[in-house]
Design a protein around this ligand. Sequence first.
Ligand SMILES: [Fe+2]
Length: 399
Amino acid sequence: MPIYHTLGSVPRKRHTVFRKPDGGLYAEELMGHEGFIGTSSLLYHTHAPTTVKSARKVCTVKWEKDDDTSLRHRHFLTARATKGGSPTINRIPLLFNSEIGMLYVEPDKVDEHFYRNSQADEVVYVVEGKGVLESVFGDLPYQSGDYVVIHRNITHRWRMDTAAGPTKMVVFESRGHVRWPKRYRNDFGQLLEGAPYCERDIRRPAQLVTHDEKGDFPIFVKQYEAINELVLDHHPLDVVGWDGYFYPWAFSIHDFEPIVGRIHQPPPVHQTFQGDGFVICSFCPRPYDFDPDAIPAPYNHSNVDSDEVLFYASSEFMSRKGIEYGSITHHPDGLPHGPHPGRYEASVGQKFTKELAVMMDSFRPLHVAKQALAIEDPKYHQSWIEGGSTPEGFSPPTS
Ligand SMILES: [Fe+2]
């Protein structure tokens, strides 16, 4: 994250004496990407972060792919997904390859354990819900519409406000470092004037809460395709200060400034994040193309070298246009897709769209997870045929 940030107390010089009120030394820890050369932060712990009392493997987390690999467009309805459980342990895998996984969860219980994903950066799109992401870097409030980016290895807990309503999350787990698109930044890392968001839109941990407490504190660590339990002898959120470029942050889809044109703009104008082998884009309410002869609906296209996945995130858009809120469409590389019957013509002269959608394009083919089959609309691939079978009223836009 190319914004320097600091909270709490840090010594004037790094790697120098920094004493606690009792005269002992605070325990300094460097945390960052790619060892010592990526973005990093220096944290100052009340207790050494290494005091593990016990370690065990809790379970394997192996995503299994659908045995039926026949090529076709797919459609999944998250409204039918199993509800409840933990925001970290009960995620349902839907689509994945070796670089990116897309999962869904509607958790209803705040974890008793802390959690960190040590094999992936996480981008969590909060469809519904609000609360606070607590971490070693402090408290980060979140609400619906937020992308919460949790870089790998950050110990955290989702403190959901369950009284405020249900929580629904789309989770992306990325093997590579999630970052802003390079073309949005200048040589110094600053976001350019022409980028669809700026540094003011990036929300960082706002309050550091230091817990100086001894006891047994389990941390569930995802590593080696498994959940491992490490029990610390002290509360892991014991940091009194930190500074650097590595921390969790949030960006609201509602702060994305859409780029529009006289005629149709291609999906890259909606790009929000860059990963290794994938991008994430935000389709937000915006005026349509303003040439009188413009066709706002996207043209048919063969997304060569790319699988396109769209999550339809607006309940309002659903009620107005018959789109199912929570639908996920998967348009794989190898066959074209485009507007559904009638939508191409119907879009001519339209002035505005209220759509809200999150798109993930992977550059290598995605596997459908076995768990996704339970929520699949099996006839979606025929929905371009006049009179073809789709869920009632379903007429999705296309990216
Ligand atoms: Fe598309």
